[in-house]
Design a protein around this ligand. Structure first.
Ligand code: PMV
Length: 327
């Protein structure tokens, strides 16, 4: 039996612009998915506990029409099973044990579908735990690559390397197309996260930005300006100047808002954080709903978010300097 854990993530800078080749900086957060893998004779048995699910157990035999008898939305469960099945396939492939059977237990404290990289964290931790259980140890880079293959497959080609790379490596990372690397020397970032309990439609939001960018030169310039913020932010990250980082986060949110991807609840949370004295605040991920990330060492932002109408859940999550680890 092996247990591994991997962190979720927020975008410190650069979502949406990254789609057009600009760099982005996702950061791993201390909210983790834990996966325990135990080898068994054959097949795959999955038990999952999640913040947003009551928990489910699925005996999966691979037979067509095999359907879990549980009381949560089918699409959520099917997605969850798809990720775990594909992660287990990667582990079987890495260990050259195509018939290895597994019992997989998933526990996650990353809200599902909130843009915090919960599926990537589960996949990364599952590949690590299952390969170790079969006696094979992959590097974090190898795990990141295999986890990306899983997301690519399960999400029908709609996957970026950001979530899986960030989760496997931990810390602050820089993503530009397929080029991903860790930004060294970043130890602490006092993140506070506000979650409105919903989620935007990533495909629609990305398409909206694409249309604006095609229609108006100033929208294209806005995307390029986000890239400039990322480049500036990378330089600041090395200096631990959190005030400057916060200012850049505020600027990044303004530009995302101009591109139409913020929402009333995201703006309300961003302003609540700023009014409470956060050094900066922005939406994180695709937008339209979901999460904001603020930078604040004190408890003020957390308290303010808890009293903000439209904020369903607020929590502190420091930068996770560890990526995937065996527990
Ligand atoms: O909401 P998330 O965390 O899946 O992030 C989406 C990020 C986008 O830049 C909007 C899209 C993408 O694929 O990079």
């Amino acid at each position: 039996m092996v247990t591994s854990s991997a962190p979720g993530k927020v975008y410190l800078f650069g979502e949406h612009a990254v789609v057009y080749g600009e760099p982005a900086v996702p950061c791993a957060i201390e909210r983790r998915a834990r996966v325990t893998a135990t080898e068994r004779e054959a097949g795959l048995r999955i038990h999952a506990e999640d913040l947003t699910l009551d928990g489910y157990t699925v005996e999966y035999t691979g037979t067509e029409g095999d359907h879990p008898d549980i009381d949560v939305s089918d699409s959520l469960v099917e997605a969850g099973i798809g990720y775990i099945q594909a992660a287990v396939e990667q582990a079987r492939d890495a260990a050259d044990r195509p018939d290895a059977g597994f019992e997989i237990v998933v526990e996650s404290d990353i809200p599902l579908g909130a843009g915090l990289g919960s599926s990537a964290a589960v996949v990364v931790a599952a590949i690590d735990a299952a390969t170790r259980e079969l006696g094979v140890e992959l590097t974090p880079e190898e795990i990141a690559d295999r986890a990306y293959q899983v997301e690519y497959e399960v999400q029908d080609g709609q996957a970026s390397r950001a979530d899986t790379f960030c989760s496997a490596m931990g810390g602050a990372v820089r993503v530009e197309g397929d080029d991903c690397r860790r930004i060294e020397g970043v130890d602490t970032l006092p993140f506070v996260i506000g979650y409105d309990g919903g989620a935007g439609d990533t495909g629609k939001l990305v398409a909206g930005v694409r249309e604006l960018r095609a229609e108006y030169n100033f929208a294209a310039d806005t995307v390029t300006a986000i890239g400039d913020i990322v480049r500036e932010g990378e330089a600041v990250l090395g200096t631990s100047d959190h005030e400057a980082l916060g200012e850049l986060m505020d600027f990044n949110h303004g530009l995302l808002s101009a591109l139409g991807v913020s929402s009333r609840s995201l703006d309300a949370m961003v302003w609540a954080a700023r009014d409470a004295g956060a050094l900066g605040a922005k939406l994180t991920g695709a937008g339209g709903g979901g999460c904001i990330v603020a930078l604040d060492d004190s408890d003020e932002t957390l308290t303010a978010l808890r009293y903000t109408p439209g904020c369903a859940h607020a929590f502190r999550a420091e930068l996770a300097t560890d990526g995937v680890v065996q527990e």
